[in-house]
Ligand binder design. Sequence first.
Ligand code: FES
Length: 164
Amino acid sequence: MPRGQRERGRAPQGAPAPRSPRAESVRRIATERAPERGSLLEILHAVMAEHGWVADEDVLQVADVLNLSVAEVHGVVSFYHDFRRTPPPAHEVAVCRAEACQAVGAAALYAAAQQRFGKRVDVGVREIFCFGNCALGPTASLDGVLRGRVTEADLAHAEQEWSR
Ligand code: FES
């Protein structure tokens, strides 16, 4: 088959591949913030705010816009625990494990949360080190709502709500 016929209808070599809506969004975020000092962290936080997590695809886009290596961007993403590498669960329990809350039962509350929700893929349990709500410990965030003097009964109530 002549070369011209075989290549008809195909994108010419070197043409940019079409991007997904997410890739376009991440590129827009990165491009807008690229001139800022320390822009990589700002960009990654903005990606988290927009998409809830940082996908491998996002790392490629950010590295391309900032003219960094993929390894450099991946290194920053994996160093900071705040950057999720998987989609967030539908619900989240975040228990404060800092000193003031530890003194009033945060360890037991965290263990109870892990036991109650540990096998549910739709609920994430994580530690936070101080919400600034120290006088009302143990403190936890249930789906982003800060609560003080949290008990196991509060976890059970949340589980009932989330199971509806
Ligand atoms: S120590 Fe728990 S909120 Fe500060």
